[in-house]
Design a protein around this ligand. Sequence first.
Ligand SMILES: [Zn+2]
Length: 199
Amino acid sequence: MTPTIYGMFEPNTGSWQYVIADTATMMAAIVDPVLDYDPVTQTLTDRAANSLVIFIKELGLRVDKILETHIPEDHVSAAPYLQRWFACDQGYIPPIYLSRRVKEHLNAVKPNEKPCREEYRGSCLKFLTDEETFNIGELEVVAVPLQGHSPHHLGYKIGDNVLCGDTVLHPDIGTARGDLPGGNAHELFESFFREGASL
Ligand SMILES: [Zn+2]
């Protein structure tokens, strides 16, 4: 099966968000949704997340799951917000998928050091082991480890595509960062070439 992948750019945070759709079943997954952050007023809004909702509803897709490549240090996730929205709309909760390595990373850090993690409190989470496979409708997805930008980073491999989060960034926006908490530039380099070479 060939996935249909839509990319949506959020300019305030410089973030790419994706919707992966299986047109045979009309099931979909959202990847790395963000809340808009205005650095001048230091406020968050749900404008980009609501645009995703409208886009998905217009296509007639049902959101089966929400995939996070990592818990972001460089933007704020909209996954919990969208989980609540689609749970009410669809009558079932699309779990938020994360690497199992998130648990180790978060346990190693004092709770008050990373306030953005609070956004996940009370959410329905599903933790993936490296190389675990799962489905979006009839599409098979593999969770591939891509440490470097974050220690718990995952890429989502679907056919010939790997949605890799901030492991690779568009050259007009900036290169991938290895200097955030838990990041490692050497691991980032190895992840990029290991996964790139496998395609
Ligand atoms: Zn990031």
